[in-house]
Design a protein around this ligand. Structure first.
Ligand SMILES: [Zn+2]
Length: 189
């Protein structure tokens, strides 16, 4: 994504945050979602700008931008699903320093290494999302791509085996890997 476009997306997200909100169908508040996650996440949330926005690709409930230290969250009308999406993105926020390697791969990191490292980062965050949803009781309501792999992921592991189970059973893992290769190419143009 080009910088101007990123800025436009962020401004649009900010405009939505400032717009008068509808009284019906209010999403659970950030505080409610964080209260389900516990103190470790509250500390990470305190270091991160969290913005609710509907301006995300279809089916995407959240995204974390280490280049801006901004976490965008779709206002899902389901506290458990919102909390599990927030846990996914805050996992990135806790692991990726501001301006971290996903935006600026270190010299010497080639496309293969970048794609595998970025895929592993997604494995960690998706496993956290599944574990959180299972703990809070909404694993069956997770979005497509996650709901159908809850059983094999939780049956494996914990730890490395569970990360491997996500990578091997997720219908979205191959798409992520291809996307990271494209992203590496774009970062090195
Ligand atoms: Zn992620």
């Amino acid at each position: 994504m080009r910088p101007a476009f990123r800025l436009a997306a962020l401004l649009s997200a900010a405009a939505m945050l400032l717009a008068p909100s509808a009284s019906a169908g209010q999403p659970p508040s950030l505080d409610q979602a964080l209260s389900l996650l516990g103190p470790d996440y509250a500390a990470a949330a305190g270091r991160t700008d969290i913005v609710f926005t509907r301006n995300l690709p279809y089916g995407v409930f959240g995204t974390y931008r280490p280049d801006f230290g901004v976490l965008l969250l779709f206002p899902i009308d389901d506290g458990c699903i919102l909390a599990s999406a927030l846990a996914h993105e805050l996992t990135h926020a806790r692991r990726l320093p501001r301006g971290g390697w996903t935006e600026a791969p270190p010299p010497g990191m080639d496309a293969d290494a970048y794609a595998e490292a970025a895929l592993r980062e997604e494995a960690v965050a998706h496993v956290v999302q599944i574990e959180t949803a299972a703990r809070l009781g909404c694993a069956d309501r997770l979005p497509p791509g996650l709901a159908e792999i809850v059983r094999p992921v939780l049956a494996a592991g914990p730890g490395e085996a569970r990360l491997r189970a996500w990578t091997e059973s997720s219908p979205t893992a191959a798409g992520y890997r291809a996307g990271f290769r494209k992203r590496f190419a774009a970062l090195h143009r």
